[in-house]
Design a protein around this ligand. Sequence first.
Ligand code: S3P
Length: 426
Amino acid sequence: MAALTVSGTVRVPGDKSISHRALICAALADGVSHVRNVLESADVRSTASVLHALGVAIPTLGPTITVSGSGLRGLRAASVALDCGNSGTTARLMAGVVAGHAFTSRFTGDESLSRRPMRRVAKPLEAMGAAVELTAGERLPMTIRGGHLRSITWSSDRASAQVKSAIMLAALVAGVDASVSEPERSRDHTERMLRSLGADVRVDGLSVSLGATRSLAALDVDVPADPSSAAFFAALAALAESGSIDLPGVCLNPTRTGFFRVLGRMGASVRVVEETERNGEPVGMLRVSPAGLKAVTITAQEVPSLIDELPLVACLAARAEGETHITGASELRVKESDRIAAVVANLRSLGVEADELPDGMRVRGSARTLKGRIATHADHRIAMAFGVLGAIPGNEIVVDDPDCCAVSFPDFWARLAHATNHPRGR
Ligand code: S3P
C-alpha cells in the first residue's frame, strides 16, 4: 500500500463567519465598504441575497467587492420571503438585523435549516420588543415584526455566537445597548468587527456589552482564510506518513482554533510560522506534519472553539491509538444534521468501533483499512471529514453527496485531489 506523503501550500478560502458579518456590517455602515477574499460559497450567497431582498445593492461575490451601505436603519421591507438556504448563520444573524427595523419579514430555508431550532433567537428578540412567530413553536418559516426595541441584558443558556450576534445586531440597529453572557466563550468575530468600526464593545469575562450606537463606519477588510476549512488539510497532514502542509493566512482567533490545539494533543506537529493582526483578527501561517496519533478527551469547556470540527476529530480518532471521548457537545445534534448520530453511524458502517453519547461520542481507533459509503445527510462537514479519511491510501470511502461542500468550501474535492493526487469521488 502506497504511503501518503504531503507537501506544499494549501490556500483555503475566506472565513465563513467573518464573510457573513462583513456583508452585514457593510450593508449597515455609512458609506462605501471594500471586502476582499469574501468566501464565495452558497451560505454566504444566502446572506448576500437576503440583504439584496432588503434593498441593499450587494454585488455578485468576487475576490473584491464594494458595498454601498444603507446606514443602521436603512433596510427596506422585502417583497419576498427571505430564503436563507442551508445557512443557520444567515437566518439567526439577519433575524437580529430585521428585528431592529419597523417592518415585517418572513424567513424560510431548505429542508435541513427548516428543522433547526430558532427559538433561541426568538426569545431574546421578543424580550427586546420584537414580535416573532415560529412554525411549530420552534422552526422556520419565521415571521418577525420589528422596530422600537429596548435594551437588554441576556444570559444565554448555551455558548452560541449566532444567538449573541443576533442580540448585538438587533441592539446595534435599534440604537440601544445590550449585554449578553454565555456559559463558555463562543466565537467573537461580531464583537471584533463592530469594535473595529467604532462601536463601543466591552468584554468582561464571559459577558459582552454593546453601547448604544449612532452609526457604523464603512469597512475595508481582508477576510482571513477559514480555520474550519484549513482543519481538513491539517488533518490530512496529520494522517500522512511524511511531509508537511503549509496553510497561509488562516484566522487564528483563539475562539476558533481549538481543533489545532487538539491536533497537537493527539501528537501532530502544528506550528504557527508567522502571525500578524488584520482588521482586529489574529492571522498566521500554520505548518502541520504527521505523527502517530493518540486518542484525546474533549469536554464542554473546549467545545465552542472547535464545534464545527468535531466530526473531523472523530474521523481522526478512528486512526488514533486508544479511545477518544467527546462530551458536552449536544449542540452537534442540531447542526446541519444530527452530527453525533451521523458521524457514529458512518464510522460504524466503515467498521470503526464508535458509540453515541447523549452529548457526544466515543471512538476507538485502529489501523485497519476503512471501506464503505458515507451518508452525508447533505451536511458539508460530514462529507469533508470523511473525504479526508477516504484520501488515506488503502481506504475506500465513497461519499454519497460530495457536492454538498458547496455551502462552505466549493472546491474542496479539487484541493484534496491536488494535495493527495487522488482523483475526485473515490
Ligand atoms: C457560527 C456559529 C456557530 C457555528 C456556525 C457558525 C457563526 O454556531 O457552529 O457554523 O458564524 O456565528 P452557534 O452559534 O449556533 O454555536
